[in-house]
Design a protein around this ligand. Sequence first.
Ligand code: 4AD
Ligand code: MG
Length: 419
Amino acid sequence: MGEKVTLQGWLYNKRSSGKLHFLEVRDGSGICQCVVFKGEVSPELFARADHLTQETSLRVTGTVREHGKLKGTFEVGVAELEVLAEPAREYPISPKEHGTDFLMDNRHLWLRSKRQWAILRVRAEIVAAVRDYFDSNGFTLVDAPIFTPNACEGTSNLFSTDYHGDPAYLTQSGQLYMEAAAAALGKAYCFGPTFRAEKSKTRRHLAEFWMVEPEVAFLDLDGDMDLAEDFLVSVVSRVLDKRRKELEILERDTKPLERVQKPFPRIRYHEAIEILRKAGHDAKVGDDFGGDEETVISQGFDRPVMVHRYPIDLKAFYFKRDPKDLSLALNVDVLAPEGYGEVIGGGQREEDLSKLEQSIDVHKLPREAFEWYLDLRRYGSFPHAGFGLGIERTVAWICGLPHVRETIPFPRMLNRLHP
Ligand code: 4AD
Ligand code: MG
């Protein structure tokens, strides 16, 4: 208070009343009200301030003081104002309502709006929380390649590229490489973009999304669930701790987030089928869950629910079978509460060489491309487990957003590669 400061930023909004112009200036860290009082500036400056339009870039110098009516809110009493650049045309995104396609076409500008600003800040906090969790729990960061010859998650949604004459895919998951890393480092994780040519338009699927994938040697499915639970509690509480203001801007009810505490309920796939039946869904054993089913299942719980042991036929080639019932996979999906769907998928890996070879054949995957992966079973095979958390689904859940398109700065979806 009382200090002279200079703000550099953009005009977000302006109101005027007689002798006063109220300029809302964004500088990237937040929005500050700058008051131009006729009695305190030159007539030229006062007139200039009257004609400023949205998104003009400017430099404002003035004194910090407490807001006249709002205790604890501060404003700048403007002494000098320098216009750096006026918009060449009227800024297309006004405070009025716009359609989603229009906003998505103008995503490069839309990012400047208050809600998008808040989402980007929460996303960055989630990413920082994810990294800090693994870095401070004995994991080593290992970067997985983006070009790969391996279809980790099945062949139906691969993006293929021409790699100097050979086919290569954009990676669907870094998991297979993390299994190699777990044998080198015990606990490893990767964090990077992953790609799926999802053919359907849903509110939870992107063609390019970011995934964090821990993998741990000598861990079983129960240990994997313990890890997923501890990790999620830590991420959610960090965001509640550091990003309250942003969640408030997003009008996110934080009570359901406060309830994200251990232990999370753990139910079998078969129990999830029962829940669906009781809710009037005509679900039967063998069905996979889509977004609607996940929503119904999650509704019975006040925190994330872990659904484990799906039929092996529904799952990728690398899962270990439950020795107590060979028709089931030792896998887990973590469903976020409030209908935000699956945020984590993972489980225990098959460590037996011949069973894994069989599974690669059953899934009609090319054996040659997986020889290196099979080596991990040839040389000191070990029980291990891990999971993948989708960052965008997590951002959607924590921010309370119905669609993943706003959770990533520049979404890539079925019909969107622009801007
Ligand atoms: O369940 P998924 O397919 O699991 C894997 O890829 C494993 N290889 C991970 C592992 O065990 N290391 O994907 C994991 C998570 C999902 O739970 C979801 O949060 C997210 O990744 N995800 C997507 N997010 C946005 N758009 C998509 N198309 C997504 N597909 C998966
Ligand atoms: Mg999954």
